[in-house]
Design a protein around this ligand. Structure first.
Ligand code: CDM
Ligand code: ATP
Length: 306
């Protein structure tokens, strides 16, 4: 199975709730950077996980747990609980999405694992039931199952698909460090508190963002994309400001920190512009991937469907 990473084209963050989460209003875009998960039955019961980085991703010094705290492991354990024919299972994850990068890489692993175990054990869960399990695993997991373009409300898990056929072309700049999502949210709360600002409850996304995405108008999109978490990510990693500036100086229409960061997403006019911007950024020693969106959510790998 493969599942995509995401960029939040807009992310409006409300106040901290009693459950430790923040309500959000976000436009999610699934992009063409995929995680892969192969699930195979094992003769002994239990769940094992192995990770093999794709050649495009440097995992040196990156800590990914292989035990019960791995999101893919958790996904398999939840599927085993509801599947009559569950067996032992080995999950082999091929990583391409930067780890702790704000692109929902672990969430993509979880989404791919849900489908892989569903197929392996014939769980009989409906797509809605799978989405329910997904939302128990994390705020971003339901979107990785769904893919495409969607508006996310609640904590990001209440999704409404947005009919977007037009493609937008981006360059993702991966950092050589991660940012823990909870710390980025906490930093935003702290910055707002220091300013004496009370965040409004987000209830809807700016319709201009969906209009720009639907018409594939990258210039219009570049004027309206926004991420409330960006300033918190920059507070924790001030070098991100330079990455955004570099991207724009080299011709990106606009740049945005993806989700909780530190990956930066740079918007371009077309695939050729994305290729050439990525090439230019590599000359500055940056890790840059040209991608496009929207792409499909978690699904069986088939080259003809790429
Ligand atoms: C930043 C985003 O990636 C934007 O799509 C998501 O909001 C984060 O989604 P995620 O990583 O799947 O988040 P989870 O694993 O569910 O939550 C991790 C932690 O992030 C914080 N969190 C997450 C989502 C949210 N709406 N409000 C939060 O405050 C909470 O501290 C939570 O304990
Ligand atoms: N399958 C997994 N892949 C990567 N990290 C995982 C996985 N399972 C658990 N983790 C842990 O979760 C942390 C965040 O992982 P992930 O790559 O999903 O972050 P992220 O992309 O920033 O998430 P999001 O955008 O959803 O906030 C990692 O630092 C790692 O310790």
């Amino acid at each position: 199975m493969k599942a995509p990473g995401k960029v939040n084209v807009s992310l409006d963050v409300g106040p901290l709730r009693a459950d430790g989460y923040h309500s959000v209003a976000s436009v999610y875009l699934a992009v063409s950077l995929y995680e892969e998960v192969a699930a195979t039955s094992t003769p002994t019961p239990g769940i094992t996980v192995s990770i093999s980085p794709d050649s495009t991703l440097d995992l040196d010094g990156v800590d990914i747990p292989l035990d019960g705290s791995n999101l893919a492991y958790k996904a398999a354990a939840m599927m085993a609980d509801v599947s009559e024919h569950a067996t032992g299972v080995h999950l082999e994850i091929t990583k391409r999405v930067p780890v702790a990068g704000g692109m929902g890489g672990g969430s993509a692993d979880a989404a791919a694992t849900l489908l892989a175990c569903d197929a392996l054990w014939n769980s009989g869960l409906s797509r809605d039931e799978l989405a329910q399990v997904a939302s128990e695993l994390g705020a971003d997991v339901p979107f990785s199952l769904l893919g495409g373009t969607a508006v996310g409300l609640g904590v990001g898990d209440e999704l409404s698909p947005a009919l977007v056929k037009a493609q937008t072309d981006w360059v993702l700049v991966a950092a050589d460090f991660g940012l823990p999502t909870p710390e980025v949210f906490r930093t935003l709360d702290r910055l707002r508190e220091a300013e004496g600002l009370d965040a409004d409850e987000p209830t809807a996304v700016d319709p201009k963002i969906l209009q720009a995405l639907r018409s594939g108008d990258a210039d219009a999109l570049s004027r309206v994309m926004v991420n409330d978490l960006q300033r918190a990510s920059i507070e924790l990693a001030p070098g991100l400001r330079a990455t955004l500036g570099r991207g724009e100086a080299l011709g990106a229409l606009a740049g945005i920190v993806s989700g909780s960061g530190p990956t930066v997403a740079l918007l371009t006019h077309n695939p050729a512009a994305a290729e050439s911007l990525a090439e230019d950024l590599r000359h500055y020693g940056l890790t840059a991937f040209p991608v496009h969106g929207p792409v499909h959510g978690a699904r069986i790998i088939s080259d003809t469907l790429l």
